[in-house]
Design a protein. Structure first.
Length: 121
């Protein structure tokens, strides 16, 4: 029944196009249908884009995700951050220093101003 319904719809549409072509109004119909379709598709895309949630008002990622995303971090540091966050305490690196994200200081033996935590340099 489903295939028969589609064939019936296609045959009626084809008959309508033939009648429009015989009457000389097929180009106007195609131009109107194409421009109307583009207008509707553009409006739908605009509404969808405006209704999408903003990426700027999302909550920040948990510390364990930021630590895990930094590929320079040793796995022990990532596990320590995740365990500290799971236990509700402050995240600490394996050497005992607190992990507060991207601090402004490097390891004490280095004299640079890199944005990495001290225990990751």
């Amino acid at each position: 029944m489903r295939t028969a319904g589609r064939w019936l719809l296609v045959s009626w549409l084809l008959a309508a196009l033939v009648l429009l072509a015989m009457d000389g109004r097929l180009p106007e119909f195609l131009a109107g249908a194409a421009s109307g379709s583009l207008l509707v598709l553009g409006l739908v895309a605009l509404v969808r884009q405006q209704l999408a949630p903003s990426c700027f008002n999302r909550p920040p990622l948990p510390e364990r995700y930021r630590a895990a995303d930094d590929l320079r971090q040793p796995i022990a540091a990532v596990v320590a951050v995740a365990e500290a966050e799971a236990s509700g305490g402050a995240a600490a690196a394996p050497d005992g220093q607190a992990f507060t994200g991207l601090e402004g200081a490097c390891h004490p033996s280095r004299s640079c101003d890199c944005p990495l935590p001290r225990w990751s340099c």
